[in-house]
Design a protein around this ligand. Structure first.
Ligand code: NAD
Length: 441
């Protein structure tokens, strides 16, 4: 077979996984409908910002281990196809399976055209039942072939984090493999053995369980974040209280663990908000109340207002005042601004007449597409602070840690910092700098 494996959809998940596979003894095919992306990738230029991606992509393209195309017919040259297209939210929170169905229909035509067994691996995040009720049905309908006899389906959800996508693909905590038959399990495990040599822990389960595991995982992490933001709100009302001390104590309790306990401005990005909304919609479709996740979303949707009210308490009116924003991406080490808190904050500030100046190490081109000329963009943190009356720290990029008292007092008109991500320790700045933060009473 010309390719060990094919990927349909070369976004954060598809491209990262394809690049990792093609750097570990495999011939990989990538199919993508966005022809701009295809021509970029062919030139070994990464369309996304991910650590180590540029070097690995270049190696893969130079050695011809990764071939990309927008022609689905190329899939005739592989028998294992990963589905890695997006699954965005519908208005009511349920997942939009449009891209899944478009891709599935094209894959079905390939299955129809060749008399051999294909394995379809669903890596996209889909609600329980999607593999069986939508993907299987469409594959059978458009190929005129049968699940089990001519093709198999695996649910293999992805847990990588943007900014660490390459690392997480090479060193996952575990693989979740959902299959309804042994033959499919053996095929996918053989592929992963070739990739990892020594397999990470594998959870072998059913299709529906694998699908539900992904939503449970993300919803649980989102719940931890909203819980800590709730505690942060309480701490802000108590003079002398500090959510960070509470986080440190909770984090040492092994039953809780210290990850995802940082209070801040809430979660954003392309996964947590959409996955929590999807689980709420799904649970209601099976008549299970989802009060817990509705509260998680309510806290998250209003958390950015904490920084706005801190700002207004300190400055009074913000009309015509220059406000600097440090950090725009939804988290550090990525240029992804999907559902980023910075967007909600900028919109609110503009609504109140503030003059907004922003800086981010890599996300400015993406933010420009939303705000155009209505805000000012700067080339570094220091120029962002010039003549400003307040600095809001919105994304915790490491480089911001270098800012010191001198920078703030010399550059800003009014030396006021509001730290939305607890990047600085509370003693980092001294008078005359005024420092306020989420979760600090
Ligand atoms: P993305 O939007 O970055 O990429 C999806 C890609 O698929 C795009 O490049 C799009 O052009 C392409 N595409 C759409 N329809 C296509 C079709 N019919 N044929 C070929 N290509 C097509 O999405 P992503 O962030 O990579 O997420 C993909 C899936 O993985 C989603 O279900 C998401 O929830 C899940 N996931 C994402 C992450 C993450 O951190 N981004 C982590 C874990 C799981």
């Amino acid at each position: 077979m010309e390719y060990d494996v094919g990927f349909v959809g070369l976004g954060y998940v598809g491209l990262s996984t394809a690049v990792c596979f093609s750097n570990r003894r495999m011939k990989v095919l990538g199919i993508e409908i966005d022809t701009n992306k295809i021509s970029q990738i062919r030139k070994a230029k990464t369309p996304i910002h991910e650590k180590d991606m540029s070097e690995l992509l270049k190696k893969a393209i130079d050695k011809n281990n990764l071939v990309v195309s927008s022609d689905y017919n190329e899939l005739q040259k592989t028998r294992i196809i990963f589905l890695t297209v997006g699954t965005p939210s519908n208005k009511n929170g349920s997942i939009d399976v449009r891209y899944i169905r478009q891709a599935t229909k094209e894959i079905a035509k390939i299955i129809k055209s060749i008399d051999e067994y294909f394995l379809i691996v669903v890596k996209s995040t889909v609600v329980p039942g999607t593999s069986n009720n939508i993907i299987k049905k469409d594959l059978e309908k458009y190929s005129n072939k049968k699940l089990g006899k001519h093709f198999g389906i695996i649910a293999n959800p992805e847990f990588l984090q943007e900014g660490k996508a390459i690392h997480d693909t090479f060193y996952p905590d575990r693989l979740v493999i959902g299959a309804d038959s042994k033959n499919e399990l053996t095929m996918i495990k053989n592929l992963y053995k070739k990739f990892y040599r020594q397999l990470p822990p594998v959870i072998e389960t059913s299709l529906v369980n694998a699908e539900l595991i992904k939503y449970s995982n993300n919803s649980f992490l989102a719940t931890k974040i909203s819980f800590m933001n709730y505690i942060a709100r309480i701490a802000e009302e108590i003079p002398g209280a500090d959510v960070n001390d509470i986080k440190n104590a909770l984090g040492l309790d092994k039953r809780i663990s210290d990850s995802f306990l940082n209070a801040g401005l809430g979660f954003g990005g392309s996964c947590f908000p959409k996955d929590v909304r999807a689980l709420i919609a799904f649970s209601e479709s099976v008549r299970v109340e989802s009060d817990i996740l509705k509260s998680v979303m309510r806290i998250n949707n209003t958390q950015f207002l904490q920084i706005i009210s801190l700002l207004r308490n300190k400055l009074g009116t913000i009309n015509n005042k220059k406000i600097s924003i440090l950090g725009l991406s939804f988290k550090p080490n990525t240029d992804d601004i999907r559902e980023a808190t910075s967007i909600k904050i900028i919109e609110k500030l503009l609504k109140h007449g503030a003059r907004v100046t922003v800086y981010d190490p890599i996300a400015i081109p993406n933010i420009k597409q939303i705000f155009g000329t209505s805000i000012k963009y700067t080339k570094n943190a220091r120029s962002c602070l010039k003549s400003s009356e307040c600095c809001l720290l919105v994304t915790e990029w490491e480089e911001f840690k270098k800012l010191n008292n001198d920078d703030i007092t010399k550059l800003m008109k009014n030396p006021l910092i509001i730290d939305g991500r607890r990047l600085f320790s509370k003693n980092h700045f001294k008078k005359p700098v005024e420092y306020y933060a989420i979760g600090l009473g």
